[in-house]
Design a protein around this ligand. Sequence first.
Ligand code: HPA
Ligand code: ZN
Length: 334
Amino acid sequence: MNAFIQGLPKVELHLHIEGSLEPELLFELAQRNNIDIPYQSPQALRKAYEFEDLQSFLDIYYQGANALITEQDFYDLTWAYLEKSKADNVIHTEIFFDPQTHTERGIHFDTVINGIYRAMEDGREKLGITSQIIACFLRHLSEQSAIETLQSILKHQDKIIGVGLDSSEQGHPPEKFKRVFQQAREAGLLTVAHAGEEGPAQNIVDAVEMLGVSRVDHGVRCVEDPQLLDALIASKMPLTVCPLSNIKLCVFDEMVQHNIADLLRKGVAVTINSDDPAYFGGYMTDNFLAVNQAHPMSKRELAQFTINAINGSFISDELKANYRAQVEMYVAKH
Ligand code: HPA
Ligand code: ZN
């Protein structure tokens, strides 16, 4: 089954590009940009990646992002992620970035988006991976800061398909961003939001109703509200679940306790994603392997994760049909 998983075509819908910054590249960039890192080596830094909750991770993750300064840095970061994705047979990916993490420390929005976008164009040409960009608002910052960030996003709307919401869920419910999401939707952007990762099921309800999301990021706490669960199944709302992330951030103690297999079998449109692979111990294939090891699945079930991701992606119906056919051909052959 491991070979089947490795070769299975995959679609990633929940990946923070800043979370794909491997310690080795972080050290290289820090040297290039004359930035001090309080660790002796990439190995020592990697050892420090022990988290007890979302916030303890975010503190280290934002520190790591300080090494990213130039457009070339953002290009190198994105290119490294795309190469890893190629090795995992990812055919399409929708990449999050956090504009405010960079603009707050004086890096221009254009520097960030242009570097990421140039790598994505090369990824399409040289690796055959299609991709989209989603700009996330940091929920620990103010509504006003999100509204200002939306203005920059709109200047690059030719490259950005939608907006998302990430960072600390506790204490920053969807309601805080109702107006900026409405403005984004009116401008023609699609919307997604992290909800029900650490926060309650009500945040999922509110993300759908107040933010008009097309997908829910994480959403694993939906099981705490049976009515919500039924609604998610009926509406085929995609959940972008991140199994290794959920273990690293102690959302579940062990993978055997993770509810992703159960959700799939109940008919929820769950998908498998890597979230912040450099921090959580693996990319797409690693996440599939970890799920299948704890919850043995049929080939059909494993392929369903990709089918769900294709259906929930922000690509044309024509490309979706093409990708579904690619998956069906792979399953038929194996
Ligand atoms: N949750 C919230 N914010 C984040 C995450 C996450 O898993 N990863 C990067 N920013
Ligand atoms: Zn995330």
